[in-house]
Unconditional design. Structure first.
Length: 264
């Protein structure tokens, strides 16, 4: 672990803290928002809640690991020898990335989801697994090799999102069609940001293991991408579910008033 200035250490630490807070807030919102969408779309919101809950837990562990890996000595943060555990982030991705593609499919077509959900979730898991050896690599060649290999399932996912789901998206009603297209673009943009962050240690001189700028940039970059790809994407899923519920004639206010009348 490279030596860090106080500002560099706190920048990464604050990014972890912000991400944890964002995931926690998103979890509460998704749980409370479930009654506002029709029953057939609530599974998508449950998955959104699971995604941010898992991510929030792992960011808490990342924050603790970061603080344990460094100690303040003479105005500089130096490595304590405990090491920073990158595996927390990859375990998080292994659990949450398949759920991200699944929740999009569930909200697009809740009645016809099985095979495509399985194939995309499997590809998403492979993408994460194949990227991890490069993340912990100590040389540029190994990092670049595994980064390239992990893009293969990523390309497959993009193909399915923009080609395989094309007809289903065109069949979406009114406002939902625009929202689904925007959600797909958000997924593409945020997932496309991860490889850029992954490449930072390759592009920065001495970035593999020994450069403070690269180390902090990777941690902050991944945190930004995670907030957008999980909490932000989940909000898009809620908007789609709400729009489709409205198109189907579902009204939370009407259901609530009916339940209240029954209770009286």
């Amino acid at each position: 672990m490279p030596e860090l200035s106080i500002a560099e250490f706190q920048l990464a630490s604050n990014a972890f803290s912000f991400t944890f807070a964002a995931m926690f807030a998103a979890f509460i919102f998704f749980i409370l928002a479930r009654p506002q969408v029709a029953p057939q779309y609530r599974s998508a919101l449950v998955m959104s809640a699971l995604v941010v809950a898992v991510a929030g837990y792992h960011y808490l562990r990342i924050y603790e690991s970061w603080n344990g890996a460094y100690a303040l000595v003479d105005g500089k943060y130096v490595a304590t020898g405990k090491g920073f555990n990158d595996a927390y982030r990859y375990i998080d991705w292994l659990l949450t990335v398949p759920l991200l593609v699944a929740e999009l499919i569930y909200v697009i077509n809740p009645k016809n989801k099985g095979r495509l959900t399985f194939s995309l979730a499997t590809a998403a898991a492979l993408m994460v697994i194949l990227g991890y050896p490069g993340e912990i690599a100590t040389d540029i060649g190994t990092r670049a090799l595994w980064g390239f290999i992990s893009t293969i399932p990523f390309v497959y996912i993009l193909y399915q999102l923009f080609v395989g789901l094309g007809n289903s998206i065109n069949e979406q009603p009114g406002e939902a069609k625009v929202l689904v297209r925007n959600a797909r673009l958000l997924l593409f943009a945020t997932w496309g940001f991860y490889p850029i962050v992954y490449l930072i240690p390759i592009l920065v001189e001495g970035g593999i293991g020994g450069n403070a700028t690269a180390t902090v940039a990777v941690q902050v970059g991944y945190a930004i991408a995670d907030v957008a790809a999980k909490a932000g994407f989940g909000l898009m899923i809620f908007a789609i579910a709400a729009a489709k519920s409205k198109e189907a004639g579902y009204s939370y206010a009407m259901v609530a008033s009916t339940n209240s009348a029954i209770g009286d």
